[in-house]
Write a protein that binds this ligand. Structure first.
Ligand code: ADP
Ligand code: ZN
Length: 609
């Protein structure tokens, strides 16, 4: 494999990767790095971060070193590069001594453009002495938020990257991430010595993802209904909190006739690997998983990510849901939410070993997460605001925009709720408070003589569900504080007194409906390829192309998307290229793929014409 000799970024994009134009800020980043500059690149998932360092590595003298957190991800990237004829390799614990020395030799003789390494490999003495004398074209740090303790996925090994930089002060460093709030961004820059370097920020927005969050009732049935009505036979990930729940949910979905399998840290390594491979390499599987699954899952056509439990922060939520729709086509982020999840997570924070500072931040992050769930406004606007971005709202592709919730003046019931908290001594949770408000003579109510209170039975105008929603929203709006150490007792705070004494108004949204199917979105759904940029697609032909892709991928032990993305197949089905020359114009067909796959695809297309 000879590295391309061309030195022009656009020509390389064209000839090697088969794309006609740079996207977003790719061109600026590439030029900056080519001029020897370091930078932080903030780009959403699927935005095209990889090319930002791959192309400069192919142009600049020396080896491009890429720090990447997960072995599976590295393998995929190296496979994809090799398919495009780029000399790339990975260096990690899966290699034996002979393989490692082979790669060292290739690197030393300048035959490699890119070398992917895991952060934990960086500080091994063997690796250090190996790269010490190598000319490096650049150092790329993928998933750079892992270097920050404020980030949601801190990995101590990432601190080695900072050390590495000291040894190569002249080498451009390019850090990339798709999830970092402003505090994490600042921390990443400080730790990697990038404080004075340029930041290339693009919007983190993922316009193709439809966000939907609703109340959890019978969560499994709700999930089934959602999958059946929106994503039948499509790939998706379902996140749940516990391993037992993973196993149960996977079995249950299978019994209902869906292709589902489990993934969690309690399964043995072989089963995990097998399930992951099946998810990546075959079509239409649903992975039911704990958050142990997904980091580095690069599968472009995951059509939905469903949460049956609340993630612990918006960063986790954004990263997990971000695994949907990397290919830019319509995808769903669906969540069934219940406030008991919040209580559970709060207990976990309080019971953790972390420092007070850590707990404080974790609590804040959980509050922000809950606020997204309780929000009546555009979900995208709330999400992006968290990442420091302004969005005008009314995105047209989230549940709140498509089915706006009505708000109502809840000042009087809120005052009743707050007085009940005060008069019962700020010692009780919502359940008991609602009993008092509704005038229920339960054992507990009688035991504490709460029947004698002036607030006893003053809330008969609302039902239990409405009161529960009201309390939840008061907590989310910070009009009430939940004392987690005091077993979830509701307490008053200065905000509560403003409502009680100063007549501050409270507006709440009407009870959200249980989360179910999505309403029609502005984003048109492509049913296994009914539309492409080039016009309508023959579904039958698309399936034939898919089958050919699967055959070619299997023969090489590769996931199908490394051969071609669905979008490339769709273009083929719409344009029906009849010659290799025409085939070369399909986006994603570079010189290497033209040579390797052109004849087989053109032959099929001719036959089907
Ligand atoms: P990220 O790492 O930011 O999630 P990737 O680098 O994996 O994203 O790119 C996402 C997808 O977009 C890949 O399939 C890639 O080939 C494609 N892509 C990247 N840049 C371009 C471009 N300029 N034109 C067309 N497709 C592109
Ligand atoms: Zn919206």
């Amino acid at each position: 494999m000879t590295p391309p000799t061309d030195k022009n970024p656009l020509t390389l994009l064209n000839r090697v990767f088969g794309y006609s134009a740079f996207r977003g800020r790719q061109k600026e980043v590439i030029e900056h790095v080519l001029n020897g500059g370091s930078c932080l690149v903030l780009m959403p998932t699927g935005g095209g971060k990889s090319l930002c360092y791959q192309i400069p590595s192919m142009i600049r003298y020396g080896l491009g070193l890429v720090v990447s957190p997960l072995i599976a991800l590295m393998h995929d990237q190296v496979d994809a590069l090799s398919q495009n004829g780029v000399a790339a390799a990975f260096y990690n614990s899966t290699l034996d001594g002979a393989q490692k020395s082979q790669i060292r030799k290739l690197a030393q003789t300048g035959e490699l453009n890119l070398l992917y390494v895991a952060p934990e490999t960086l500080n091994s003495p063997g690796f250090q002495s190996f790269i010490q004398d190598l000319p490096l074209s650049l150092i790329a740090v993928d998933e750079a938020h892992c270097v920050s303790q404020w980030g949601h996925d801190f990995r101590p090994d990432y601190l080695e990257v900072a050390n590495l930089r000291k040894h190569f002060p002249e080498t451009p460093l390019i850090a990339l991430t798709a999830t970092a709030d402003p505090q994490t961004q600042k921390d990443v820059r400080e730790r990697l010595g990038l404080s004075k370097d340029k930041v290339f920020a693009s919007s983190f927005d993922r316009p193709n993802i439809h966000y939907q969050i609703g109340n959890k009732e019978k969560s499994k049935e709700q999930l089934l209904d959602f999958i059946r009505s929106e994503h039948l036979n499509q790939s998706g990930i379902v996140y749940v909190l516990s391993r037992t729940n993973v196993d149960e949910t996977a079995v249950w979905l299978t019994q209902k006739g869906l292709k589902a399998m489990p993934y969690h840290a309690g399964l043995n390594a072989d089963v995990r690997r097998e399930n992951q491979n099946r998810f990546l390499r075959e079509e239409g599987w649903i992975m039911v998983a704990t958050i142990a699954f997904g980091m580095g899952i690069d599968k472009p056509n995951v059509r939905f990510v469903a949460h049956l439990n609340l993630p612990k922060s918006l960063e986790s939520y954004y990263q997990e849901t971000g695994r949907a729709g990397r290919d830019g086509e319509p995808a769903s982020a669906w969540m069934a939410y219940s406030s008991s999840d919040v209580v559970k997570l709060r207990r976990m924070i309080e019971g953790s070993e972390g420092t007070d500072e850590f707990k404080k931040i974790s609590r804040q992050k959980l509050d922000d997460m809950r606020n997204l769930c309780e929000a009546a406004q555009c979900r995208r606007q709330v999400l992006l605001a968290y990442f420091g971005e302004e969005h005008p709202g009314t995105c047209g592709n989230c549940d709140n925009c498509l089915q706006p919730t009505n708000t109502w003046d809840a000042t009087i019931p809120a005052q009743k709720a707050l007085s009940t908290i005060a008069r019962t001594g700020e010692r009780f949770g919502a359940g008991h408070l609602i009993d008092v408000l509704m005038g229920k003579e339960t054992e507990k109510v009688t035991q504490f003589s709460h029947t004698k209170l002036s607030v006893f039975g003053v809330g008969k105008d609302l039902d239990k569900k409405q009161w529960a929603s009201l309390f939840r929203q008061l907590v989310a709006a910070k009009v009430v504080t939940v004392d987690v150490e005091g077993y979830g007792a509701y307490k008053l705070n200065p905000q509560s007194w403003a409502v009680l004494k100063e007549g501050q108004k409270v507006f709440l949204r009407e009870e959200a409906k249980a989360v179910g199917k999505a309403k029609q979105t502005r984003y048109t759904k492509t049913e296994s390829g009914s539309e492409s940029n080039a016009g309508p697609v023959d579904v039958y032909l698309f399936e034939a192309l898919r089958a050919l892709r699967l055959k070619l991928a299997k023969a090489q032990g590769l996931p199908p998307y490394v051969v071609f993305h669905d979008s490339a197949l769709r273009e083929m089905a719409a344009r029906r290229p009849a010659t290799l020359n025409e085939f070369a114009h399909i986006p994603g067909v570079g010189e290497a793929k033209l040579k390797r796959y052109g004849p087989a695809f053109v032959e099929l297309l001719k036959k089907e014409n």
